[in-house]
Design a protein. Structure first.
Length: 604
RNA sequence: GCCGACGUAGCUCAGUGGUAGAGCAGCGGUUUCGUAAACCGCUGGCCGGGAGUUCGAAUCUCCCCGUCGGCUCCA
């Protein structure tokens, strides 16, 4: 995503008119200028590239003298200097300058990036905007706040190395990220929002709730703990049920295949750097599968097929491994080991659109269950593609039509060049707790792999034809999906997914009649298919056990004591931890209510 | 992989050149209590790993591993 290229277009050109009231975007753009002014003061000779406003803040990219890098101490010093400049109420002044004059100005200051930006401007641009803040001069269209006194609620957040113009083949520049608001209160509210996001972080909650963990010997490869396996199994059971009734047939296949398979599929040439490869002797190497598709082709080819069988829907939930670069790993959201809820559907070309409709139906069924916000994105032909352009164009046109029908024109984004190497795709995108966007489900159209593997079916006229294949996942990866769910629900999973659905707490754990009753209660709930456990942690008071259940985000907690047993009416007090409510319920009603909630898979 | 930061008990963290600490968790005991933390005691550490500097290193330097935030890449 070379968004810097876009930003440059916004930076250079004739100045824009300032509105009556500066917007947050203007404020942040001005904050970026002030930061750059501080950098040029503290690091004489620093060259500045682009510094746009972004969501919640701004950044600015620099090349520091002598190849220096920003450290955290530098960040603190820049924060202090920026604050000083803000306190001085330095005006932002704008002027329009002939292009050649501006070029000479920036060339004279040794600002190579600005000269470069000017040189890459279109022919028609003959004048550009130049803004000054004290001694600091920038090529910019503005608009800006009147003076730096507006920039009191600015906080520099972090430093990062970034590739010039977003391309890793280029040199790495030094970027400073910051946030800016109209008031200290707004700034504090924003920082509090970040803190809240941190509390929802699935990596923290995953450990606290004992869902999964990691070990240093398997970076990026989650260990699923007993609680987490319950969540996974519930998601998969639901998935299998929904797919069986829609005509999917599940297969399982080897996790490793000889290199030859990956050569046929094209992964050896196009995906090898992301594969775990294991040499077994001088001649032979095995590749651990990063995708299920090649083995789905192998299964398809294990017998001959008739046109009557199509669409043939082979599903597959095997575990995949991808050798993701170390710096990209992020808990469950970016892992090296994950399980996809995969399927490969062999179709004739005429069947493609109808099959996509069916897949969209499944998608809505699943995503609406969780009250999740999601968006579609079309990924088109990448530079590194296999096959021919005409086939790609045809496939992309089909997906575009389908998307327009399901999401409406403009109801989806298009990411040029982001398709898989074998075909274009429709992705389902979701955001995590701090607003980062992740690809979840994906529906990919592929004319290449069936051809490479020689997949055929016998058509009505007896001729052998090659089917197309739709690769599709709904959850995406189970790991990523669970990660997003945890953050979405802040750990309070829907009842049907909760590892413990109901916790039973005795008031007096030394009273045999109480313990006998509570154990019978557990048996009744378990027999009804509910996951109920007794918390009789010895030596703790009832209050401590309730707190413990709260912290583990158990949806329902039932406290039972002598008074209940003596009353003998089978009514218990139920604590609903997600809604902070308590209610007296007959045990039968409690069971019925929970079963109903599980069956409906209500999100909360 | 690149830039920055971090790594001390199961967890959260203090300790910045001179004998490794706290809270929580765990274990033992006392307590049996009515909806978010009872009390007392006890365990628990190659201070991520390796090399170096130093009389002496958790602390300083270098290399490696892992983690976190970006970049790039992606389910």
């Amino acid at each position: 995503m070379p968004d810097e290229v876009v930003d440059e277009a916004a930076e250079a050109g004739l100045p824009l008119e300032a509105p009556e009231e500066p917007s947050l975007e203007i404020l942040r753009h001005s904050a970026a200028h002030l930061l750059a002014a501080a950098v040029t003061q503290l690091f004489p000779g620093a060259q500045y590239d682009v510094g746009p406003p972004i969501e919640d803040g701004f950044f600015y990219n620099f090349r520091l003298p002598d190849g220096r890098h920003f450290s955290d101490e530098d960040l603190a010093a820049l924060q202090a200097r920026t604050a000083e400049l803000a306190a001085q109420h330095i005006p932002f002044t704008r002027e329009v300058m002939p292009r050649d004059d501006a070029r000479a100005l920036f060339a004279g200051m040794g600002q190579d990036f600005k000269v470069d930006i000017i040189d890459r401007l279109g022919e028609s641009v003959d004048a550009v905007g130049v803004y000054r803040t004290g001694d600091f001069v920038d090529l910019c269209r503005g608009p800006h706040v009147p003076d730096s006194g507006w920039l009191q609620a600015v906080k520099l957040l972090r430093v990062a190395g970034v590739y010039w113009r977003g391309d890793e083949r280029n040199e790495q520049l030094q970027r400073v990220y910051g946030t800016a608001w109209f008031s200290e209160q707004d700034l504090d509210a924003y920082l509090e929002r970040l803190a809240e996001a941190e509390r929802r972080d699935h990596r923290r909650l995953g450990r606290e709730l004992q869902l999964f963990d990691f070990d240093a010997t398997a970076p990026g490869m989650p260990y699923w703990l007993p609680n987490g396996v319950i969540v996974l199994n519930e998601l998969l059971a639901f998935w299998r049920d929904e797919h069986q009734r829609r005509g999917y047939q599940e297969i399982m296949s080897p996790l490793i295949n000889e290199k030859r398979l990956w050569e046929i599929s094209g992964h050896w040439d196009h995906y090898r750097t992301e594969m775990f490869v294991m040499p077994v002797d001088e001649q032979t190497a095995y590749g651990v599968k990063p995708m299920n598709c090649p083995n789905a082709m192998v299964v398809y080819n294990m017998r001959r097929h008739s046109y009557r069988e199509l669409p043939l829907r082979l599903s597959d939930c095997d575990i995949l491994h991808r050798f993701e670069r170390s710096g990209t790993l992020h808990g469950l959201l970016r892992a090296r080991k994950f399980q996809q809820d995969d399927a490969h559907i062999f179709v004739t070309e005429e069947q493609i659109e109808a099959e996509y409709d069916r897949i969209f139906e499944i998608t809505h069924r699943f995503y609406s269950l969780f009250d999740l916000r999601y968006a579609f994105r079309l990924g088109t032909r990448p530079d590194d593609f296999i096959g021919d352009v005409e086939t790609w164009d045809r496939a992309e046109a089909a997906l575009l039509r389908i998307l327009e029908r399901h999401a409406g024109a403009g109801g989806f984004g298009v990411d040029a060049g982001e398709g898989a190497f074998y075909g274009p795709k429709i992705d389902i995108m979701m955001e995590d707790a701090i607003g980062r966007s992740w690809q979840m489900g994906t529906i990919q159209l592929d004319f290449q792999l069936p051809r490479r593997f020689g997949c055929t079916y016998v058509d009505t006229d007896g001729a052998e034809r090659t089917p197309a294949v739709i690769h599709r996942v709904i959850y995406g990866s189970l790991e990523r999906f669970v990660g997003v769910l945890i953050e979405h629900f802040a750990g309070h999973l829907p009842l049907w997914l909760a590892p413990v659905q109901c916790e039973l707490v005795p008031v007096q754990d030394d009273a045999p009649e109480v313990m006998a009753y509570i154990e019978s209660l557990q048996q009744r709930l378990n027999a009804a298919g509910l996951r109920a456990v007794v918390n009789d942690h010895h030596g703790e008071r009832m209050q401590a056990r309730v707190r413990d259940a709260e912290l583990r985000k158990v949806p329902y907690v039932v406290v039972v004591g002598r008074r209940d047993v003596e009353r003998g009416d089978d009514v218990v007090r139920v604590r609903d931890t997600r809604h902070g409510a308590q209610v007296d319920l007959a045990v039968d009603s409690l069971a019925a209510q929970l079963i109903d909630e599980v069956r409906a898979r209500r999100p909360s």
